[in-house]
Design a protein around this ligand. Structure first.
Ligand SMILES: *Cc1c(COP(=O)(O)O)cnc(C)c1O
Length: 660
């Protein structure tokens, strides 16, 4: 099942709690057996759609649908009465008509009136109505057909007989209480506010998730996407109406090419994993064009992000895993052996640089040479570009193709799951195989592999965020940001190293833009797990770091350049305070089952209830360093993961469960 599956479980106090079921990341567990490579998705857009449903409710949606259909029916009637033949009598919002030989002329006439119609070949025109279509627009359409535009107002009720007769929905929908309880703008405002208050977002504090790059999404960068000039553009609007966004696409493409050292780029992929798939498809097409279609092996180091293996399989490749050496780098001996074993069938290697172990590997150039000598291509996963921008170019150190995550390094917000932009950049020999689009020849090479997303430029409306970031920072600013990101990660590694061993570092003890804290020795000695530490961090007012990836039993921390010294210290102080709590377990002073770690996090409600714990309430909710006036209160306690896994059922709770 693609995407993420949300299920219902219970927390430590027996309260209902939602959680991501089947673990959060299917790919990280199942790797090349995963059935989907989707990681960053379109969650924010789904949330927006759900809020539309909350606001309008089932009745509102129905009246919108009726108005939409009635509007389409009115224009269809007028067209029919004017002698225009409808392609179908049954329709909802979209009316298609036959106008032999006149399609281009009618579409052009409508465009002169400010309305874009859809042309299907020489003989057919199609138009769609919605709840904001006006009589003025309908009249412009009628005039384009050479008919009198005399509709006075759009109808609000269904026509009789409706073109929908016999197809109307009879079952209930949106029965959950939330779709039936918001009845005023004030209530809607408060509902949204209540949800936002439950969230731990970057506007509260640091999100130290590794391999995620949760950096500042500056308001200045975000503002332009609210302008209708970007936000209300249709992806298939005529070229001459979209010069502004095209300029953004061109300039951003050029800047990204300069940053990465590649020769060509496509902004079409909607996320990093989609960029991976596009890049691997380009590699496949390149091999085929050279009579090397048998090259289907994709070498992937054990440390790779879970999407890598899933994307390789989707691109029709077979995954062969390369081991990790003791220092966390790619095991060059194992790599040489695998290359030898598969010499004639290697399509590519997919490596992440700097690796997901948080180190710059000085063997990367050698690795590229080894693969090229065997006739393979090098895919460098560029999601970790935050450690490279302005300092090194993958297109110059030997890679053939990379994707970037504009929703990590280039400031597009992605907390909660997207939307993203995952451009795929290539050297010139792969450029003919970039994505293209059958409806937009200018969006890619004629020889391309076809579309990888529905729209020619993917999530084009959010590109102004990255454009603004690069434009504001300039070359020097970007290089400085990278240096600070690396410095911040090293600061954390240095402050925490004695309390928590840093799993991988270079010979001089330095890490790249993130570091892995090894919790396994503590777990072995005390029973305190990564979960205990991650949950306790919530009591201290932090989002957890990345847990058990890429190494089980560890925490991966990526501070980014956006956190200042005070916030880095607040995080390190919390981690050290937690280490002291672990020490109480280690010394036998408290048992792990009685410890504050095991029962974290603590909700406000739990403090007001009977208190069965060995530690006091102050320790639970206001440990040292927590400002009571700025306390983040979680709304659920520790969630029972096993219960959730065993109760994997569709569980919109029945209305009764909300009664009191
Ligand atoms: C985030 C990430 C990906 C996946 O990118 P999505 O946009 O989530 O698909 C791939 N590789 C690495 C190293 C990443 O950090």
């Amino acid at each position: 099942m693609p995407g993420r599956l949300v299920g219902v479980s219970v927390d430590e106090d027996g309260q209902q709690a939602y959680r991501l079921a089947l673990q959060t990341r299917e790919q990280h567990i199942r790797r090349e057996k995963a059935t989907s490579n989707i990681c960053t998705a379109q969650v924010l857009l789904a949330v927006m759609a759900s809020m539309y449903a909350v606001w309008h409710g089932p009745k509102g949606l129905k009246s919108i649908a009726e108005r939409t259909h009635a509007t389409a029916a009115v224009v269809a009637d007028r067209l029919r009465a004017g002698g225009v033949e409808l392609v179908a009598d049954r329709f909802f919002d979209t009316v298609a008509v036959r106008v032999p030989g006149r399609a281009a002329e009618i579409v052009a006439a409508a465009r002169d009136e400010g309305v874009n119609l859809w042309q299907v070949g020489e003989d057919q025109v199609q138009l769609s109505c919605d709840e904001v279509t006006t009589a003025r627009e309908l009249n412009a359409v009628l005039r384009a057909f050479g008919l009198p535009g005399d509709i006075e107002s759009v109808p609000r009720a269904l026509p009789e007989p409706a073109a929908l007769d016999g197809f109307g929905r009879t079952s209930d929908y949106l029965t959950h209480p939330v779709f039936n309880s918001v009845t005023s703008e004030t209530m809607m405002l408060r509902y949204l506010r209540r949800l936002a208050d439950r969230d731990y977002a970057l506007d509260r504090g640091m999100i130290p998730l590794g391999s995620c790059t949760m950096k500042l999404n500056a308001t200045t960068e975000m503002e332009p996407i609210t302008w209708p000039e970007f936000g209300a553009l249709h992806p298939f609007a005529p070229v001459e109406q979209t010069e502004g966004i095209r300029q953004i696409v061109r300039e951003l493409s050029d800047w990204l090419l300069e940053i990465t050292g590649y020769d060509d780029i496509s902004l079409q992929p909607n996320a990093g994993a989609q960029g991976e798939l596009a890049g691997l498809m380009a590699i496949r097409a390149y091999h085929r064009a050279n009579g090397q279609g048998a090259r289907t092996i994709c070498l992937i180091p054990a440390s790779a992000h879970g999407t890598n293996a899933a994307s390789a399989v989707m691109a029709g490749m077979k995954v062969v895993v390369v081991k990790t050496a003791a220092d966390g780098s790619v095991d060059m001996e194992d790599l040489a052996a695998k290359v030898e074993q598969h010499r004639d069938t290697i399509a590519a290697i997919m490596v992440t640089y700097p690796s997901t172990h948080g180190v710059y590997e000085d063997t990367i150039t050698k690795l590229c040479g080894l693969i090229h000598d065997a006739g393979g291509q090098v895919y460098v996963d560029g999601a970790n570009m935050n450690a490279l921008v302005g300092l090194a170019k993958p297109g110059h150190f030997g890679a053939d193709v990379s994707h970037l995550n504009l929703h990590k390094t280039f400031c597009i917000p992605h907390g909660g799951g997207g939307p993203g932009v995952g451009p795929v950049a290539v050297r010139s020999h792969l450029a003919p195989y970039l994505p293209n689009h059958p409806l937009a020849p200018e969006a890619g090479p004629a020889t391309g592999v076809g579309p990888i997303a529905g729209a020619p430029y993917g999530s084009a409306s959010i590109l102004p965020i990255s454009w603004t970031y690069v434009r504001l920072m300039g070359g020097e600013g970007l290089a400085r940001a990278t240096s600070l990101a690396v410095l911040n990660a090293n600061y954390i590694a240095a402050r925490l190293r004695e309390a928590y061993p840093v799993l991988y570092a270079s010979e001089d003890g330095l890490v790249a833009h993130e570091c892995i804290l090894d919790i396994r020795p503590l777990t072995a000695a005390t029973g305190v797990t990564v979960d205990d530490i991650a949950k306790r961090l919530i009591d201290y007012g932090f989002h957890a770091p990345t847990m058990s990836f890429p190494v089980a039993g560890t925490l991966m921390v990526e501070p980014t350049e956006s956190e200042d010294l005070a916030e880095l210290d607040r995080f390190c102080d919390a981690m050290l305070a937690i280490r002291a709590e672990v020490e109480q377990v280690a010394s036998g002073e408290v048992s792990i089952t009685d410890s504050v770690l095991r029962h974290a996090p603590h909700t406000a409600v739990s403090l007001a209830q009977e208190w069965p714990y060995a530690y006091d309430r102050q320790v639970a909710a206001f440990p040292d360093g927590v400002d009571p006036r700025a306390k983040y209160w979680p709304v659920v306690r520790r969630i029972d993961g096993a219960y959730g896994d065993r109760n994997l059922i569709c569980s919109c709770p029945p209305p009764e469960s909300f009664e009191d």
